[in-house]
Design a binder for this molecule. Sequence first.
Ligand code: ADE
Length: 231
Amino acid sequence: MRIDVLSIFPSYFDGLTLSLLGRARGAGILQLQVHDLRDWTSDRHRTVDDTPYGGGAGMVMKPEPWALALDDVTRDSARPTIVFPSPAGERFTQATARDLSTREHLVFGCGRYEGIDERVFDYAAELGEVRLISLGDYVLNGGEVATMAMIEAIGRLVPGVVGNPESLVEESHEDGLLEYPSYTKPSIWRDRAVPEVLLSGNHARIAQWRRDQQIERTRLRRPDLLPDGDA
Ligand code: ADE
């Protein structure tokens, strides 16, 4: 999978070279390239923003650097998926991560300030499939942190990135429920005992207990995930 990131703060993404995704990059499974949007400016100050038409607070990102950058990173790409993180986008879920993990080429455009000139989204739609995606119902300062979260969630679903694919199956959100609780040795720690069923060796009982725990936790913490829960 190829991933290009466009940002005016490329150093945000240094952390992606560490750990799991860092290994996948080294092994050539993920080709991740982070670009400085200012490289596509032509003035002395490398200007990427200007005042909004119609007035109002804050600055808007100019269209031309975005167009030139998108042209360059999509040039050799049949049909890239171009993601713009935005609090005004569709909600990012595990299903979104699964969908995007099957794409050949993802481009993330990280906006800052009050946003990007709206015409950029129309232009990008001529180059690939455009998705405006929100991490949640809160506002970040820009798309960088959201992009990192999405790349991590998507990247670990790409075959070969996570060593043992079985570890992806029994996770929160994979079956619409939260994960069951886990314990390790010692069986009694500071007067707290591990649930007896987990020491029983009875695999059917353990599986049933874990399922019950998933349902109970989901009911308590995230009732909106259940079929009859409030959205
Ligand atoms: N940019 C600013 N806030 C955001 C959010 N909640 N999700 C994605 N991108 C954002």
